[in-house]
Design a protein around this ligand. Structure first.
Ligand code: FES
Length: 84
Protein backbone atom coordinates (compact mmCIF):
# COMPACT_ATOMS: atom_id res chain seq x y z
CA UNK A 1 0.00 0.00 0.00
CA UNK A 2 1.22 3.47 -0.87
CA UNK A 3 0.00 6.86 0.30
CA UNK A 4 -0.79 9.97 -1.70
CA UNK A 5 -1.09 13.21 0.27
CA UNK A 6 -2.85 16.00 -1.60
CA UNK A 7 -2.89 19.32 0.20
CA UNK A 8 -2.67 17.56 3.57
CA UNK A 9 -5.40 15.01 2.89
CA UNK A 10 -4.15 11.42 2.86
CA UNK A 11 -5.33 8.80 0.38
CA UNK A 12 -4.42 5.12 0.46
CA UNK A 13 -3.49 3.77 -2.96
CA UNK A 14 -2.27 0.43 -4.21
CA UNK A 15 1.39 0.12 -5.20
CA UNK A 16 1.69 0.60 -8.94
CA UNK A 17 -1.66 2.38 -9.37
CA UNK A 18 -2.25 5.46 -11.49
CA UNK A 19 -2.76 8.52 -9.32
CA UNK A 20 -5.17 10.17 -11.74
CA UNK A 21 -8.45 9.01 -10.21
CA UNK A 22 -7.59 10.23 -6.72
CA UNK A 23 -6.22 13.50 -8.08
CA UNK A 24 -9.43 14.00 -10.00
CA UNK A 25 -11.48 13.43 -6.84
CA UNK A 26 -9.27 15.95 -5.03
CA UNK A 27 -10.04 18.60 -7.63
CA UNK A 28 -7.19 18.42 -10.12
CA UNK A 29 -8.51 19.30 -13.57
CA UNK A 30 -8.19 16.70 -16.30
CA UNK A 31 -9.03 17.65 -19.87
CA UNK A 32 -7.33 15.15 -22.16
CA UNK A 33 -6.12 12.29 -19.93
CA UNK A 34 -3.41 11.55 -22.49
CA UNK A 35 -0.61 13.91 -21.52
CA UNK A 36 -1.08 16.61 -24.13
CA UNK A 37 -3.12 19.45 -22.59
CA UNK A 38 -1.15 20.12 -19.39
CA UNK A 39 -4.25 20.81 -17.28
CA UNK A 40 -3.42 18.11 -14.72
CA UNK A 41 -0.08 19.68 -13.76
CA UNK A 42 0.80 18.89 -10.13
CA UNK A 43 3.76 19.89 -7.98
CA UNK A 44 5.57 17.17 -6.07
CA UNK A 45 6.46 18.33 -2.56
CA UNK A 46 7.92 15.05 -1.28
CA UNK A 47 8.56 11.55 -2.59
CA UNK A 48 9.19 12.32 -6.27
CA UNK A 49 11.35 9.19 -6.39
CA UNK A 50 8.26 7.10 -5.58
CA UNK A 51 6.56 8.01 -8.85
CA UNK A 52 6.99 6.33 -12.23
CA UNK A 53 9.55 7.79 -14.62
CA UNK A 54 8.66 10.87 -16.66
CA UNK A 55 6.85 9.97 -19.86
CA UNK A 56 7.70 11.39 -23.27
CA UNK A 57 4.50 13.45 -23.07
CA UNK A 58 5.64 15.00 -19.79
CA UNK A 59 9.08 15.79 -21.18
CA UNK A 60 7.46 17.36 -24.25
CA UNK A 61 5.47 19.70 -21.97
CA UNK A 62 8.57 20.70 -20.00
CA UNK A 63 7.77 18.74 -16.86
CA UNK A 64 10.52 17.56 -14.50
CA UNK A 65 10.88 15.44 -11.34
CA UNK A 66 8.96 17.99 -9.26
CA UNK A 67 6.40 19.05 -11.85
CA UNK A 68 4.37 16.19 -13.22
CA UNK A 69 1.20 15.45 -15.16
CA UNK A 70 -1.16 13.55 -12.88
CA UNK A 71 -2.65 11.62 -15.80
CA UNK A 72 0.80 10.19 -16.57
CA UNK A 73 1.95 9.17 -13.08
CA UNK A 74 1.80 5.88 -11.29
CA UNK A 75 2.87 5.56 -7.70
CA UNK A 76 5.51 2.89 -7.14
CA UNK A 77 5.26 2.62 -3.36
CA UNK A 78 5.78 4.76 -0.25
CA UNK A 79 4.52 8.27 0.30
CA UNK A 80 4.11 11.04 -2.25
CA UNK A 81 3.04 14.52 -1.22
CA UNK A 82 1.65 16.86 -3.86
CA UNK A 83 -0.19 20.10 -4.40
CA UNK A 84 -1.86 21.58 -7.46
S1 FES B 1 -5.22 15.62 -18.48
FE1 FES B 1 -4.24 16.56 -20.18
S2 FES B 1 -2.15 16.34 -19.69
FE2 FES B 1 -3.13 15.24 -18.10
Amino acid sequence: MAKLIIDQIEYEILDGESISEICQQAGVRFDCNTGVCGSCHIKILEGAENLSELTQEETDLGMDQDNRLACQCHIKTGIVKITF
